[in-house]
Design a binder for this molecule. Structure first.
Ligand SMILES: NC(=O)C1=CN([C@@H]2O[C@H](COP(=O)(O)OP(=O)(O)OC[C@H]3O[C@@H](n4cnc5c(N)ncnc54)[C@H](O)[C@@H]3O)[C@@H](O)[C@H]2O)C=CC1
Ligand SMILES: O=C([O-])C1=[NH+]CCC1
Length: 312
């Protein structure tokens, strides 16, 4: 029994975690999760505790991916920070256990894992649900998730135009200057999303930033922020008019303000599309409401740990 877990820092994790390894494994685990076969995948809805004095939350995200032999838990802190703060609003640590004995085999920084797996799942939703001809990608928000989403969307798709909006335009300009490709900086959300095929919302907003009247019929929205029951990124019109997909129905019912407060009906989990039990209605306006899942972190942690071991 190894009682001395290895520690893998964020730069090591970032070097080892690659989208092309990650995406097929995430597709497989999401499909299995949506079959609700507890012999294959067990993942309760995370427990989230407010850190009231400091405007933050601490979440515990355990998962057992039995068919891959992965036992894992992520502890994630998400805080409301002043814009431009040098501290990340989300921080995370991932514990990878030996499922046979319950000892911790590895402790990993969970920042890169959180950025990449979230973006990869949004890219999976876009693969399934975006219009067949998708030319324009918009990103609302210009933080860490904006960057990982930009990276994986550039890797997987061939958009003719990419636009970014941020509450402070200088942040959007910084974002555009920091990436390799050409990104148009827009001054309003309405202008950003006009005629867009795919819209990614990656803000810390607790009020709607994206309004249905601005969204082109048939567009796909990957909505990544607003993970509290009283937080919103999307308005009621968009939630009512779109076909709503989620990562986990149970999580959406207790965590998603966009779903709870709009009263929108969930049509399917993205895993149901992946395992063939629900259709991908890509000709309709679709929203994928992402909240994040422990199984996604578990898949990443195992990938990273196996690669790290094979390099020793
Ligand atoms: N669905 C999932 O699996 C995950 C979701 N998230 C969520 O994604 C969102 C973005 O995360 P990060 O990029 O790491 O954060 P970040 O702090 O790096 O970036 C946040 C962005 O939101 C913008 N913003 C802040 N307040 C705003 C407001 N009131 N209106 C409009 N924009 C505002 C900031 O300008 C910044 O561009 C957060 O809501 C976070 O909780 C994070 C991890 C996983
Ligand atoms: O899944 C995740 O790690 C998170 N979702 C919202 C904040 C962090």
């Amino acid at each position: 029994l190894n009682r001395f877990p290895v520690f893998l820092s964020d730069d090591v994790v970032a070097r080892l975690l690659r989208y092309d390894d990650l995406i097929p494994r995430l597709e497989a685990v999401l499909g299995k999760f949506s079959l609700r076969d507890s012999a294959a995948v067990v993942q309760p809805v995370r427990s989230v505790m407010p850190v009231v004095d400091h405007n933050g939350f601490l979440g515990l995200m355990p998962a057992y991916v039995a068919y891959e032999g992965i036992l894992c838990a992520k502890v994630v802190a998400f805080y409301s920070r002043e814009e431009g703060s040098s501290l990340p609003s989300t921080q995370a640590t991932v514990l990878l256990f030996d499922p046979e004995f319950g000892n911790v085999a590895a402790v990993m920084d969970g920042l890169d894992i959180t950025h990449k797996r979230t973006a990869a799942v949004s890219a999976i939703s876009a693969k399934l649900l975006s219009p067949a001809q998708s030319d324009v990608l918009c990103i609302l928000g210009s933080g860490h998730q904006a960057l990982s989403h930009y990276e994986v969307f550039m890797q997987l798709f061939s958009f003719k135009e990419v636009r970014v909006w941020s509450r402070r335009m200088e942040m959007a300009k910084q974002f555009a200057a920091s990436v390799q490709g050409s990104v148009t900086v827009c001054s309003s959300v309405k202008e950003t999303v006009d005629g867009a095929d795919v819209i990614v919302t990656v803000t810390n907003s607790s009020e709607p930033v994206l309004f249905g009247e601005w969204v082109k019929p048939g567009a796909h929205v990957a909505a990544v922020g607003a993970c509290r029951p009283n937080w919103r990124e999307l308005d009621d019109v968009l939630m009512r008019d779109a076909v709503i997909y989620v990562d986990s129905r149970e999580a959406a019912a207790v965590e998603s303000g966009d779903i709870i407060l709009s009263g929108a009906k969930v049509f399917a989990e993205i895993g149901e599309v992946l395992n063939g039990t629900s259709p991908a209605l890509r000709e309709k306006t679709t929203v994928f409401k992402s909240l994040g899942m422990g199984i996604q972190d578990a898949i990443c942690a195992k990938l990273v740990f196996d690669k790290w071991k094979s390099n020793q």
